[in-house]
Design a protein around this ligand. Structure first.
Ligand code: ATP
Ligand code: MG
Length: 404
């Protein structure tokens, strides 16, 4: 039998004028994802078809399940567009799958669902359902129709050049193809929230580069490795990305020397945003994304967020702003970042945590404290000492050790 993986697009169907761009981006993302796997991908405006080597089937299916912009996918059997060929294929598919997946002899319920996009085909969808349903009943004594809750859905798609038969389908990740909505910079710390924020931004089609603020020697290389591991996990969904490592030590030390302790986190985050704004210009990004969640810590009260945000006009997207911690943890487990995030290494926000961080900071106080030291020169110095790594999900550990 001639097998392909049939892909149904996700939300891009709502984007009429951009359809070509969305489909082409998805196509390129799939090509990159399956690179080296000897596949042949063809596409039209509503479907993609992947021919693959049967030895690779599990791996290809797994990878397709990691790509945004796919609504559903299934293993489909290609046949000619005429009733006899379609019925012959239905028979083969059911024989093959029933032998493999079900106990012979037990009654199995089914329903036929025909989609006829080739309107010149001589039977309409309803008549096809009846025709193919009757054919199945005649040839399989252990199959019975149940239109409400069938064990097996027999899908038939009638297209001009070829038709396809497939049984139940897998649910795709949904969202938009990564890259269709422009570029953003994710502030990636070693915690639980920011990788989840990154995943959700990728899901909306935003291509990401990553920014990690590092304060060596107050933070360790293990902390950096942890961020690299998280970045590798994200690149499973987002493709290759840059990890921009920001040398934050001097600026952070100046903050702690010059600023009242309870304001240190507020000022530190204002400095981070100032740097993020410069980075968006340098790396041609439209937005900043981070893992802030309302109320989680002192710097994430609404007053804090307002005062911290006041240093910049770039949009800051906070995908987990209104999620409970438990909801964030659920996603982090699903995307397998949780076990990495809970490793114990300190990051630059946790080492200098004041005993009583201010929860209602006042803007004028921030400005007064910031005037005590020349942060602009320090930021300029930081901007000329960035350390950039290329991250992809396949890089092995030795390779990035060399880069350190
Ligand atoms: P997370 O679990 O993501 O670390 P958090 O609850 O610890 O978040 P904060 O430490 O206040 O919260 O940080 C809020 C957000 O700021 C983080 O989610 C992340 O996006 C960003 N951030 C914090 N520290 C860093 C860092 N060292 N490098 C890059 N981004 C950071
Ligand atoms: Mg953190």
């Amino acid at each position: 039998m001639n097998r392909v993986i049939l892909i149904k697009y996700g939300e891009l169907t709502t984007k009429k004028s951009n359809r070509n761009f969305f489909v082409n981006t998805l196509y390129n993302n799939i090509l990159k994802k399956l690179k080296g796997m000897n596949v042949n991908i063809s596409k039209d405006m509503s479907r993609m078809y992947i021919e693959y080597e049967s030895d690779n089937q599990d791996q290809v299916l797994k990878k397709i399940g990691e790509i945004f912009g796919i609504h559903a996918y299934s293993i489909a059997y290609k046949t000619d567009t005429n009733i006899d060929s379609i019925q012959k294929t239905i028979q083969e598919v059911l024989n093959f799958n029933i032998d493999n997946d079900f106990n012979n002899g037990k009654t199995i319920t089914f329903k036929v669902e025909t989609k006829r996009s080739y309107k010149e085909f001589n039977l309409d969808s309803m008549t096809c359902n009846q025709q193919f349903g009757g054919f199945i009943l005649k040839n399989f004594s252990n199959l019975k129709v149940d239109v409400h809750n069938p064990n097996v859905l027999v899908h038939v798609e009638i297209r001009k050049n070829n038709s396809f038969v497939y049984l139940n389908e897998y649910k795709g990740l949904g969202g938009y193809p990564v890259g269709t909505l422009g570029k953003g910079l994710l502030m990636l710390s070693g915690g639980i929230d920011s990788p989840v924020a990154g995943y959700l931004a990728l899901k909306r089609g935003i291509k990401l580069d990553l920014v990690y603020f590092e304060a060596i020697p107050h933070t360790s290389l293990e902390a950096r490795n942890k961020v690299i591991e998280l970045a590798k996990r994200l690149s499973i969904y987002g493709g290759e990305m840059r990890l921009i490592i920001v040398p934050f030590t001097k600026l952070q030390e100046e903050i702690y020397k010059n600023v009242e302790e309870n304001y240190s986190i507020t000022i530190m985050r204002r400095m981070m945003y100032r740097i993020m704004e410069k980075l968006t210009l340098r790396f041609k990004s439209l937005v900043v994304i981070n893992g802030e969640s309302v109320g989680q810590v002192a710097s994430q009260t609404l007053t804090s967020m307002k005062v911290i945000n006041q240093v910049t006009n770039i949009p800051i997207i906070r995908p987990v702003a209104c999620f409970d911690k438990l909801e964030i943890i659920d996603i982090s487990k699903k995307i397998e970042t949780y076990d990495i995030s809970i490793l114990p290494y300190e990051d630059c926000c946790t080492i200098f945590v004041p005993k009583h961080p201010v929860i209602n900071p006042v803007l004028m106080e921030c400005i007064k404290m910031e005037s005590k030291f020349d942060y602009e020169t320090l930021i300029a110095e930081i901007m000329s000492n960035l350390n950039i790594m290329i991250i992809n999900s396949k890089m092995d550990d030795n390779k990035y050790q060399d880069l350190l």
